[in-house]
Design a protein around this ligand. Structure first.
Ligand code: CTP
Length: 213
């Protein structure tokens, strides 16, 4: 199979020295890219900045912002059999970018943000994607219900859901505990290393691909 993976966080710049981002380490996405390559697939990894080594045997496409990730995905998703969106894309970016470093002024300032495009949510309608579509849901409450909402709204074949409020798993950890939420069922997986989970997720994607024909 040809598989596209998005990973890492995005950086939304405010000025030459500051940006908005989030706590995603990129570990799950890189583990997925590695697992895909190890299982013999052709993997393109579109990644925001991380501290991780670039996986071997994958096509690596580095990006910084959500807009750059959107453009890279719109190009590289074509012709793939499956697309796995594990990136923690910033939902908003600063409304303007200051060419020079912003100097401090009043005691209280207000930052205006505007919505970034939903890349996963654009796959079916905007990119006319017909391959296996996998999203991630990082939630702090109502895990399964919120993940199922995303599955339906973004027309996914699978949403991998994890509870980011729990200590010791998820963000920056080497372990995770996820629900695999499908249109017709939910599979709860036990706590696993991200490497092992990545293999299980790629195997689930292989099965979805076979079922899609
Ligand atoms: N995603 C994306 N582009 C965005 C935002 C999210 O591709 N601009 C993808 C993520 O990679 C992940 C999934 O969408 O696969 C997570 O969606 P999320 O932003 O949590 O979903 P929403 O439906 O926007 O819900 P929320 O209200 O929780 O923000």
């Amino acid at each position: 199979m040809k598989i596209l993976v998005t990973a890492g966080s995005t950086r939304e710049p405010l000025d030459p020295v500051r940006y908005l981002t989030n706590r995603s380490s990129g570990k799950m996405g890189y583990a997925l890219a590695n697992a895909g390559a190890q299982l013999g697939h052709h993997v393109t990894l579109v990644s925001g900045p991380t501290n991780l080594d670039i996986p071997i045997n994958v096509d690596y496409v580095p990006v910084q912002t959500a807009q750059e990730m959107f453009e890279a995905v719109s190009v590289h998703i074509a012709g793939t059999d499956a697309a796995i969106f594990s990136a923690a894309v910033a939902d908003y970016r600063p409304a303007s970018f200051a060419e020079n470093k912003i100097k401090k002024s009043e005691d209280r300032v207000t930052l205006e943000l505007i919505r970034n495009a939903d890349i996963l949510g654009s796959a079916r309608a905007e990119f006319s994607y017909e391959g296996v579509l996998v999203g991630f849901a990082a939630e702090t409450e109502n895990l399964e219900e919120n993940a199922r909402g995303k599955l339906q709204r973004k027309d996914c074949d699978l949403v991998v859901a994890n509870d980011v409020s729990r200590a010791g798993i998820g963000f920056d950890s080497d372990h995770n505990e996820v629900l695999l939420v499908y249109p017709d069922r939910t599979d709860a997986l036990p706590v696993e290393t991200k490497d092992h989970l990545a293999h299980l997720i790629v195997q689930a994607v292989q099965e979805l691909r076979i079922r899609k024909g």
